[in-house]
Each structure stands twice: as structure tokens, then as C-alpha cells.
Design a protein around this ligand. Structure first.
Ligand SMILES: [Fe+2]
Ligand SMILES: [Fe+2]
Length: 394
């Protein structure tokens, strides 16, 4: 006979507190398996605006819990509509006949448990495990509740656990504010949230949808990876993570225009470009992309300029311009030889990473017998001289 734990909730999104509790439950209850069950729509939240889609929440749970003994079930999400725990427990009871089932509830849920639909039948299938705060003085009202509901007490056990102090509401607010959420959610969840553009304000969600509609799946994925990389660099180097993210989302928005379309865009919108820039298609999208961002979203001069110079670089780049330039080299989707070395370099210094990236670009263009934009040469010289000066000063 196996012991199987069930852990339901909205998980919108799953956070560090959930992950720690899940691992604690496996050990404390000596479980053979813990099944995490994201709800399609919690009966207590009916009518609330959705934070993320069911599929997103499910995927975030899977990313957060790669443990062998923990699985994430889509049973409630597949069923759709309002989730009632009795239906879920009944389904698992028939899936695991002869095994011992238990399910976990928090303090708030326990005190409402007698209002759950068919709660007596739920208890006929599974033991209720009520988790209370370890540091609470008293027992969180558990003893009084169990005394008032002996039929529930007979099929329950209490477990003390010190929860990680975070809620999904706080995580959503922190994500939307572009705060550092690295302690609040597992790293894979943080990456997925920003790559999918979840819990962000409507204007950014609109930008993401627009960029998605303009690009192939591959290029859109790249754009979102660059947005996430730029956001992380901004957090690391005291830049503005929101501006960095927006610059990343928009930086390649016009990348898939053909040569003819790029030139027509410049002519149609009166966009200035040198003869060399008009002739080199690779440079078109930085020029048209900056104009497109300004025209459609007007996200501010610094973001527009970061997009304008993300391919060539230039002298006297602002921190945001450097961040986007580097993010485009080190985003997670990049797998060119030396990409990991670039990522390590970017952890130490934006300028050292730029120097390497510019050298790489210049060598590559020279080898192919292609022209090198004067901004790229000037940028490389300036960054190199600054690096050399720093070394000499040392
Ligand atoms: Fe680009
Ligand atoms: Fe790019």
C-alpha cells in the first residue's frame, strides 16, 4: 500500500512557499508520492480576473517541482469549470484503489472545511492534513475547531510547519513591478513568467501580443529571451528592469521585414539612414524597429535609442543601451560557440562583454568580406580604450 498526498490550490503562480511545503510534506508524511493539483477555477475565486491561463499555471508548477516523488496533475484543469475537491478526491481514490490518500489544507481552509461540498464523503476517501504555522502561539484555532467538529477531527491530523512568508498575490505584484523575485519563486518559474509575459500590465501585454503577431515563433522566442536577459542585467547593474524588458520585447519587432519592406518603411515614414545603412539589410531592423517602437508605443527616448543601436553599438552608450546590446548576445536561446563564456563575462562587467561581442562581430564581418559600420568600430575602440585604461590604472 502506498501513501499518496494531494496538494490542491490555485498556484497563481506557484512560489517558494509552495515548493518548500511540498518537499516538507513528502518527508513529514513519509509519502511515496505527492500529487500537486492546480485548480481550474477555485470555488472561492469565481469571478476574479485570471492571472495566468490554466496551461501557464500547470507548466509553472511542473517547472517548480522536478522532484521524482512529486507529480503535477492536470485533472482539474482538464475537467475545466469550477473545481470541487470531492470530484478530485473521488477520481484519485478510484485511480489508486487500496492506497492510502491524504490531502493538505492550510489554516484558513481548515476553519472553513465544514462548508466544503460533501466534506464527509471527502473524509471517507482521504485523511485531512491541516498545516499550521510552527511559530504561532497557541495552535491557530485548530483544537477549538476540532473540538467543535469531532467527525472532522476523527479523520484529520495536524502538522506544524514554518511557512516561507510569501503569497501568490505578493508574487504577482512583485512581477508586475519588476522587483527582484529570485527569492519568491524558483529560478525556472521566474524565467518562464517573464518569457511568457505573465502578470504584467496591459500595455506590456499588448506589446508582447503585437510582437508575437509580427514575428516567427523562433524570433518571438528570441525576443522574449532577450527581454528576460535584459531585465536580469538591469537588476544586476542597477538599471531600470522594466525599461530593459520593454526594450528587449521590442528590439527585433521589424526584423522579419524583407529588404524591400524595410526600405519602403524608411521611405514611407521619413526615417533617416545613411547610404551604407540602406544597403546593409542586417542594419535595417534596428533603424525601423526604433521608429516603430516610438511611433506605436512611445516608450521613451532611452528605450528607442537602445533599440536603434542594439546591432551596431555606438560611442557613449547609456547603461540601458549597453544592457540591451549585451542581452542580445547572452539570452538563453543563444547557443553559438562561446555563448556560455559571454554569459560569465556579463556577470562580471557589461563593458568586458561588449568588448568581446564587438570583437566577435567585427571579426565575423571582416572574414565574410562585409563592411563594418563606423559606429561599431568607434564603439569597439572606446570600450577597448576604457578597459585598457582601467587595467593600467590597476
Ligand atoms: Fe536585432
Ligand atoms: Fe535580437
Amino acid at each position: 500500500m502506498k501513501r499518496i498526498g494531494l496538494f490542491g490550490g490555485s498556484f497563481d503562480p506557484i512560489h517558494t512557499g509552495h515548493v518548500r511545503l511540498a518537499r516538507f510534506l513528502v518527508d513529514a508524511l513519509a509519502l511515496d508520492r505527492l500529487i500537486v493539483v492546480p485548480a481550474a477555477v477555485s470555488p472561492f475565486k469565481t469571478g476574479a480576473p485570471a492571472g495566468a491561463s490554466d496551461a501557464d499555471r500547470l507548466e509553472l508548477c511542473r517547472l517548480a517541482l522536478p522532484d521524482e516523488k512529486i507529480e503535477v496533475s492536470d485533472i482539474e484543469i482538464e475537467k475545466g469549470g469550477v473545481s470541487y475537491w470531492i470530484d478530485t478526491v473521488r477520481a484519485f481514490a478510484s485511480q489508486y484503489p487500496g492506497d492510502e490518500l491524504c490531502f493538505v489544507v492550510g489554516e484558513d481552509q481548515l476553519l472553513q472545511f465544514h462548508k466544503w461540498r460533501d466534506y464527509r464523503e471527502i473524509l471517507s476517501f482521504a485523511t485531512l492534513v491541516a498545516v499550521r504555522r510552527e511559530t504561532d502561539e497557541g495552535d491557530g484555532g485548530f483544537a477549538a475547531y476540532f473540538a467543535a467538529h469531532p467527525e472532522i477531527a476523527a479523520r484529520s491530523k495536524a502538522l506544524a510547519f514554518e511557512p516561507f512568508p510569501v503569497s501568490s498575490t505578493e508574487v504577482r505584484a512583485a512581477v508586475g513591478a519588476f522587483a527582484d523575485v529570485s527569492a519568491l519563486v524558483p529560478p525556472a518559474v521566474e524565467t518562464a513568467i517573464y518569457r511568457r509575459g505573465l502578470y504584467l500590465d496591459d500595455e506590456i501585454v499588448r506589446m508582447i501580443a503585437d510582437v508575437k503577431s509580427r514575428l516567427s515563433e523562433f524570433r518571438f522566442f528570441h525576443s522574449m529571451c532577450v527581454a528576460d536577459a535584459a531585465r536580469r542585467l538591469a537588476l544586476r547593474y542597477c538599471g531600470d528592469p522594466k525599461s530593459a524588458y520593454i526594450a528587449g520585447v521590442l528590439h527585433d519587432a521589424t526584423k522579419e521585414l524583407s529588404r524591400k519592406e524595410g526600405l519602403a518603411y524608411m521611405d514611407g515614414h521619413g526615417v533617416c539612414a545613411t547610404d551604407m545603412e540602406r544597403r546593409l539589410k542586417k542594419l535595417h531592423h534596428a533603424i525601423t524597429g526604433a521608429d516603430y517602437a516610438k511611433r506605436v508605443y512611445d516608450p521613451g527616448d532611452e528605450i528607442v535609442s537602445a533599440i536603434r543601436y542594439h546591432t551596431t553599438g555606438k560611442t557613449d552608450m547609456t547603461p540601458l543601451e549597453k544592457i540591451l546590446f549585451v542581452a542580445d548576445f547572452i539570452s538563453d536561446d543563444r547557443d553559438y560557440p562561446g555563448a556560455d563564456g559571454m554569459r560569465r563575462r556579463a556577470e562580471g562587467s557589461l563593458e568586458l562583454c561588449m568588448e568581446e561581442g564587438l570583437r566577435f562581430t567585427i571579426e565575423d564581418l571582416a572574414k565574410e568580406g562585409r563592411p563594418i559600420h563606423p559606429d561599431t568600430v568607434a564603439c569597439y575602440n572606446q570600450v577597448l580604450l576604457q578597459t585598457i585604461r582601467k587595467e593600467q590604472e590597476l
